[in-house]
Write a protein that binds this ligand. Structure first.
Ligand code: SAM
Length: 376
């Protein structure tokens, strides 16, 4: 549902992506309003602005008169931004960057919405330090409850002296002055590694990736239930994160071809690193930064394996699981199977039964269940 966002004399109709009919799920929050009204007071003209983590593109729409770099880890975020610009007939000079790309022009202003993980913030600030100069204005912003000392210390460590604003509408701004000394430019400093004993893999993760420091306990049960009879099957690891599920399929089925998909760029980059570091033959692997399996052809996959998310940002939601299961049904061949792991209380068997008209329990423990549905 489009909602009217009035800011700095503009009226913008904004939506989340995928479109949400829940009036409580707006495409912006009070911290966006706070930082935009602060930027208005700066009275910048045609500035070079880097927007980091502008969730659904509200800032890009409001600042369309400037030259924008728009950086996000999220495919959904980028799609939302593009759609909101289009719906408001705005055609700014905008360069889209994934979370591992860097702007090439000098920056006048950087606005960074605090990401949900401290590791991601550290990664982004360290990257940012390489592309700003002492004249760049750097402003962080978030709901006040998400502004912690640990985050402020990271601004001090990577950017320079840092202060915070008063809270307004339960939001806060963070002002960091750029000091003259650059910190290390080691772009891999924020990578985390852990061993996956079951297959003798070393798993490497970029900062923002799910199960960043250890195997997820749901995924652990799935690793006990990986099919071993797949021959030269085409398998999709849907919402692959660092790729542990798909890589385990690959380890147990040496002729299977695996496509890894995720809406997080760092997830795709991690899965690729893990395939390269743990397997010699790479031609059996493909990687796709994508929203679920939207636009995928019908009837192509033999197996889809999935540990679905049940959050979007901080909201608990089942709409991504619904989309994943419906997309999986379309993308599977007749006779193909979707195998998922989920928390028992989420009741995924009801969804699978409704979409596939069948659902079998493969395994379970006190907390998780492995379910399989076949497309007939
Ligand atoms: N498969 C990995 C594992 O088991 O450790 C990750 C599972 S994690 C619960 C869910 C994954 O789904 C995350 O990596 C998240 O980025 C991804 N995801 C969330 N929304 C998505 C979407 N709309 N399309 C594709 N992937 C999505």
């Amino acid at each position: 549902m489009n909602t009217l966002f009035k800011i700095n004399g503009l009226e913008l109709l904004l939506n989340r992506f995928p479109v949400s009919n829940d009036a409580n799920l707006q495409a912006w929050d009070a911290s966006d309003e706070y930082v935009l009204s602060h930027v208005n007071d700066l009275a910048l003209q045609s500035a070079n602005i880097l927007l980091i983590n502008d969730t659904f593109g509200a800032l890009a729409c409001a600042l369309h008169a400037h030259n924008l770099y728009w950086q996000s880890d999220s495919y959904i975020g980028r799609s939302a931004c593009q759609k909101n610009l289009e719906d408001n007939q705005l055609t700014p000079n905008i360069n889209y960057l994934n979370s591992l790309e860097q702007p090439t022009n000098a920056l006048d202003l950087v606005l960074i919405k605090l990401p949900k993980s401290t590791a991601m913030l550290a990664h982004q600030l360290q990257q940012l330090r390489q592309v700003i100069n002492k004249d760049t204005i750097v402003i962080g912003f978030a709901k006040a409850k998400d502004v912690h000392n640990s985050g402020i210390k990271l601004f001090e460590k990577f950017i320079g002296e840092t202060t915070t604003s008063l809270a307004k509408k339960k939001s806060r701004l963070i002002f960091a002055s750029v000091n003259n000394e650059q910190t290390s430019s080691d772009e891999n400093a924020q990578l985390v590694q852990w061993p996956l004993a079951k297959h003798n893999f070393t798993i490497t993760n970029y900062a923002g990736v799910f199960a960043n420091t250890q195997l997820d306990i749901g995924a652990q049960l799935m690793l006990e239930n990986i099919p071993t009879d797949l021959d030269d099957a085409f398998v999709i690891d849907l919402g692959c994160g660092n790729g542990v599920l798909g890589l385990s399929v690959a380890a147990l089925n040496e002729d299977a071809k695996i496509r890894f998909t995720d809406e997080s760029f760092m997830a795709i980059a991690s899965a690729k690193l893990n395939a390269q570091n743990n397997f010699e033959q790479q031609s059996r692997f493909e990687f796709d930064w994508h929203d679920c399996l939207s636009d995928y052809d019908y009837d192509q996959a033999d197996l889809i394996i999935c540990n679905p998310p049940f959050h979007q940002l901080k909201a608990v939601t089942d709409h991504i699981a619904w989309q994943m299961f419906n997309d999986a049904y379309r993308t599977l061949k007749h006779g193909g199977k979707l195998r998922i792991v989920g928390n028992r209380h989420l009741g995924y068997h009801i969804k699978l039964q409704r979409i596939f008209d069948n659902c079998t329990t493969i395994d379970s423990n006190g907390k998780f269940v492995i379910l399989e549905a076949t497309k007939y």
